[in-house]
Design a protein around this ligand. Structure first.
Ligand code: ATP
Ligand code: MG
Length: 675
């Protein structure tokens, strides 16, 4: 097996000034701490656990029990088994007890960037307690499942934490999903209550959330699934009343009201007390369910637990961003995805951080949106995804450069491999070459970053997520499941447990075992390809399902795409393997052009040539296929499996409910007929 192409050797160092205030200020310090975390994980994580409140601390020494070997029975992992705590208490009450009650925990900005709100930790506690009491008044108790279907808002966080306070398990469903997708997830997780709002805007698109919820609940009812209640927050029009066809509503939309189950947020919140005793839970009790993005197939409902997730979200937030007391954090991740569960909510609050939530998209009302927020709220840490960076790059440097951004200290990226061109733009243009760019690799399943840069410690190689986080034993396996030492190309797996790992797929433990543990017994298998270079840096090479196999040689989708995106005409690229009558398989690359460029035979030749030159003859695509946009999940990940099917004229796309823009399917079919 070969991966052609030379590793990108350029290294960018964090500045001495940054290092001076960093928690970890050299690579040796990282290595020392990392070694400790691996040699004695129980002692390492027990020290972290001591920073939190535990109602009861287990006297036995079973801080970690696990089985990763299917020959020894079912896969399981238990951290701090028997110890008792509450997540909400630790991330809200405990922060207040430390004297930070008056600190703002959330700034919120509406879609049109015209309405602002903020909330202190003291206020958050009151609202969360009220919501917890509201749930209790409806009969919700420990273990019940609460669906949350709302746009990014403080109320969404209140609903999450209110559930966590009484041991109800929340399942946040991204507000861009359809009624069918929402119903599927409600039924799959057996939710008995839903929290939604009247509606929301995403850029200039109106999303009738209550309507969609009504439709979803109808589907649920037809399938025999009953709900106790639907709590409706008056998000868009603060004067909205639960009267049908209310004439006061200032947009052309009136919500339907079903007296049997609909409950007005404001009514129920005003009828309950603002203190609620936390329900004490076992460390291994479930905290929430969250579905994966669905890039490679049917979304999986991952179950995260109270104790392990608390430790992992807290520590990753602290070290990945070098969080320092008083820092303000802005992330473009939607609360419907894992990055925001860990970093906009639990990990940030556990550190007592101030978080900026914004509704809508990063380029609406103008491409200055994020830069304005950063200046207005003196944001110190800015976290986003490569797809957002690339879309911001398209607008040129002007919008960024019209802002000061002098409060910024750390920039972060995650969710997909970042191409060096986007990395350098982030570093140069956004961070003025002052802020370390931390790339972190993780999955909904992993609870937090697994491979990550440590600002202040890690010499950065643009395009590499660099090194394993504390407690993470990363290995590269060959196709027989044998560990490869030193520089290697293969599949990324984790050998030892870490506290953040999801314990199961909700109600489907067999599927969990098959997906993550069966292929390479004894390891958690990520399903992602990786290359480890001679300095020990990890470079993600693409999904195993998306492997490019040309004449028996495996090529990385990421390498081919990176080479092609460097062409000034290309905004985005997705490489997939396609059938070939002689070679068996060849490469087709779907591209999106930058504004002002036209696809013609010259450009076609040029792009092919670039891949050949940068990587090698094998990597030369047989076909370049322009599209107006690539098919992506609602969380922004490229769905290469659909493109691979298009090359085979196979339009049985399977589950496309996670696709952001269904209209692309039509373009894919048309595209296919022209080849
Ligand atoms: P599904 O599991 O349903 O197919 P998904 O894998 O896209 O969906 P997520 O959990 O949202 O769902 O995404 C995790 C995946 O994102 C990783 O497995 C990896 O492929 C990719 N990824 C995340 N962060 C990075 C990163 N920094 N560099 C490279 N790839 C990344
Ligand atoms: Mg996945």
């Amino acid at each position: 097996m070969i991966i052609n192409g030379k590793p990108n050797q350029s290294i960018v160092y964090p500045s001495d000034e940054f290092k001076r205030t960093a928690h970890i200020s050299s690579i040796n310090e990282y290595k020392h701490l990392y070694k400790k975390s691996i040699e004695d994980p129980e002692a390492f994580w027990m020290d972290i656990a001591k920073e939190f409140y535990w109602k009861s601390w287990s006297q036995n020494n079973d801080f970690l029990k696990y089985n990763f070997d299917l020959n020894n029975g079912p896969i399981y992992m238990k951290w701090m088994d028997g110890m008792v705590t509450n997540m909400c208490y630790n991330v809200v009450d405990r922060v207040i007890e430390k004297g930070l009650g008056d600190r703002v925990c959330y700034h919120w900005e509406s879609n049109d960037a015209n309405t602002y709100k903020h909330l202190t930790y003291n206020e958050l506690k009151q609202e969360v307690c009220k919501f917890a009491n509201a749930l209790k008044s409806l009969g919700i108790k420990k273990g019940d499942r609460v669906a949350i279907y709302m746009s990014v808002s403080i109320e969404l966080v209140i609903a999450m934490l209110g559930s966590a306070r009484i041991g109800a398990i929340h399942s946040v469903i991204f507000a861009g999903f359809s009624a069918e997708a929402l119903a599927d997830r409600i039924i799959d997780a057996n939710c008995c209550l839903i929290v939604t709002s009247d509606g929301a805007y995403r850029a200039n698109k109106f999303i009738p959330l209550k309507d969609i919820t009504d439709k979803a609940l109808n589907i649920c009812e037809h399938k025999g699934h009953q709900m106790i209640a639907c709590i409706v927050s008056p998000h868009l029009d603060l004067s909205v009343s639960h009267q049908q066809n209310n004439k006061d509503i200032n947009y052309n939309y009136a919500i339907n009201w079903n007296n049997k189950i609909d409950i007005f947020w404001t009514d129920i919140m005003s009828s309950v007390s603002d203190y609620c005793q936390p329900v004490w839970l076992e460390a291994e009790d479930p905290l929430f369910i969250l579905y994966t993005s669905g890039s490679t197939g049917k979304p999986k409902g991952m179950v995260h637990t109270v104790g392990g997730y608390l430790l992992y979200s807290y520590l990753t937030f602290k070290y990945v961003f070098n969080y320092t007391d008083g820092d303000v954090f802005l992330s473009t991740a939607d609360l419907g995805w894992m990055a925001a569960h860990t970093f906009n909510v639990y990990g940030a609050l556990a550190n007592g951080c101030t978080v900026v939530l914004f509704e809508g998209t990063p380029v609406y009302p103008t491409p200055s949106r994020l830069w304005n927020i950063i200046d207005r709220l003196d944001v110190n840490i800015f976290y986003t995804a490569p797809t957002t960076i690339r879309s911001l790059m398209k607008f040129g440097d002007h919008y960024v450069k019209s802002s000061k951004r002098d409060s910024l200290k750390v920039l972060g990226t995650a969710g997909e491999p970042i191409n060096p061109e986007a990395w350098y733009w982030f570093w140069d243009v956004v961070g003025d070459q002052r802020c370390p760019v931390v790339d972190n690799y993780w999955q909904t399943e992993t609870g937090g970053p697994m491979i990550t840069c440590f600002p202040g410690a890690t010499p950065m190689k643009p395009g590499s997520a660099t090194f394993p986080f504390f407690g993470v034993v990363a290995v590269v396996l060959d196709s027989n499941g044998k560990e490869i030492e030193g520089p290697a190309v293969g599949q990324l797996a984790f050998k030892k447990p870490w506290p953040g790992l999801a314990r199961t797929i909700d109600g489907k433990h067999e599927w969990y075992q098959i997906t993550y543990f069966q292929k390479f017994n004894g390891y958690y298998s990520t399903g992602d390809g990786v290359r480890r270079d001679s300095d020990g840096y990890y470079w993600m090479t693409g999904r195993n399902d998306d492997t490019l196999n040309v004449s028996g040689h495996l090529l990385s989708t990421v390498e081919v795409e990176t080479a092609i995106v460097e062409h000034r005409a290309i905004a985005e690229a997705a490489a997939v393997s396609a059938p070939h009558p002689i070679k068996g398989q060849c490469i087709h690359v779907f591209v999106v052009l930058n504004n002002g460029f036209e696809f013609n035979s010259e450009l076609n030749k040029d792009i092919k040539h670039r891949a050949r030159e940068k990587i090698g003859a094998l990597a030369e695509p047989d076909m370049i296929r322009p599209l107006t946009s690539l098919p992506k999940t609602k969380s922004g990940k490229i769905m290469r499996r659909l493109l691979a099917k298009v090359t085979r004229n196979d339009f049985d796309f399977g589950d496309t409910s996670t696709m952001a823009d269904q209209s692309i399917i039509e373009e894919l079919i048309i595209n296919s007929s022209s080849y």
